[in-house]
Design a binder for this molecule. Structure first.
Ligand SMILES: NC(=O)C1=CN([C@@H]2O[C@H](COP(=O)(O)OP(=O)(O)OC[C@H]3O[C@@H](n4cnc5c(N)ncnc54)[C@H](O)[C@@H]3O)[C@@H](O)[C@H]2O)C=CC1
Ligand SMILES: O=C([O-])CC(=O)C(=O)O
Length: 328
């Protein structure tokens, strides 16, 4: 029995993500939770002729949606409008994520938690702190989904150099998921030979790819379809490793560095951070290992140097949102 709960399932990401998850043979029960329209989305998806059962759960039924879940995917919350940063979403989304994490601690404390809601750099620490507070935190099982940065990296790189196949090229993206904290390691793309100017343009486009969509949607939200694709790709990798035991599955993802005790010291020494996006290999329990940082160029080291102070602030904001409220 593999129950996957999607929280925010009726939203711009939640609907296409749930549609993609309905195609998966790894999932036996898809539980769709949202404060609006979840039963309708569930009824619709439930007619698709794959094996999984689909249930819809409204505002009062979070516990039912989360009860016994193997994996919880969270795209709940508000998206950006033009002129906003991801950090501007903290005010509303932090409380939503905290309440959902409380629900996880109560109803499915051993679940994998995959966080999409922004600002990811802060919402992942919120989830971890809530689970810690309840004594059920396993750093191997909480992930910030930064796969859209990976997806954009190979796509945008292929637009500059058509010899790069966007589908089979996986670019490592380290740091976090917003602006300067997004550090694509383009120097490691096999066979690449970008000029300095191309590297600068490409890096800037990847770091601000989200803004491109926010601007084009002109007030109607941010990336939803490409995010659903990225979220389904990430969730499938986690589930394949956990459920079927498939080995060698690697994605860049934002994790608590305690997820891999062997890697922690090296990462802390290099970054001074408790959370960081890096390539992770998945196993039965989630994080099997955090891969060592790849060799990075002088240009990429400068990007990393710029990312670290911002990540530190984002992480502290998420962590103190829970620890400060516990003191009151
Ligand atoms: N990690 C990433 O790469 C990306 C993250 N995002 C983020 O994903 C989030 C969702 O974006 P969209 O789907 O476009 O927004 P949306 O507004 O279309 O959908 C959000 C859904 O969450 C629901 N919701 C609100 N409060 C809830 C609660 N307490 N419990 C359950 N559901 C609740 C809403 O009813 C709505 O259906 C945003 O924070 C956005 O910034 C968006 C794109 C990429
Ligand atoms: O830009 C946004 O607000 C949504 C997001 O995280 C992305 O598209 O990468």
């Amino acid at each position: 029995m593999v129950k996957v709960a999607v929280c925010g399932a009726a939203g711009g990401i939640g609907q296409p993500l749930s549609l993609l998850l309905k195609q998966s043979d790894l999932i036996t029960h898809l539980a769709l939770f949202d404060v609006v329209n979840a039963p309708g989305v569930a009824a619709d998806l439930s007619h698709i002729n794959t094996r999984s059962k689909v249930t819809g759960h409204g505002k009062e039924s979070m516990d039912e949606a989360l009860s016994g879940a193997h994996t919880v995917i969270i795209p709940a919350g508000v998206p950006r409008k033009p002129g906003m940063t991801r950090d501007d979403l903290f005010k509303i989304n932090a409380g939503i994520i905290r309440d959902l994490a409380e629900g996880v601690a109560k109803n499915c404390p051993g679940a994998f938690v995959l966080v999409i809601s922004n600002p990811v750099n802060s919402t992942v620490p919120i989830v971890c702190e809530v689970l810690k507070k309840h004594g059920v935190f396993n750093p191997k099982k909480v992930f910030g989904i930064s796969t859209l940065d990976v997806v954009r990296s190979s796509r945008f790189a292929s637009e500059i150099n058509p010899a790069i196949d966007p589908k089979s090229t996986r670019v490592t993206v380290i740091g976090g998921h917003s602006g300067v904290t997004i550090v694509p390691i383009l120097s490691q793309i096999p066979g690449q030979s970008f000029s300095k100017e191309q590297l600068e343009i490409l890096t800037q486009r990847i770091q601000y790819g989200g803004d491109e969509v926010v601007k084009a949607k002109d007030g109607a939200g941010s990336a939803t379809l490409s995010m659903a694709h990225a979220g389904a790709r990430f969730a499938t990798a986690v589930l394949e490793a956990a459920v079927t035991g498939k080995s060698g599955l690697v994605e860049s993802t934002y994790v608590n560095l305690a997820a891999d005790a062997d890697a922690t010291a090296a990462f802390r020494a290099r970054t001074g951070l408790d959370y960081f996006a890096q390539d992770v290999e998945f196993g039965h329990e989630g994080v099997k290992r955090i891969l060592p940082l790849p060799a990075i160029s002088v240009f990429e080291q400068a990007l990393l140097d710029e990312a670290i102070p911002e990540l530190k602030v984002n992480i502290a904001k998420g962590t103190s949102f829970i620890s400060d409220s516990a003191k009151i």
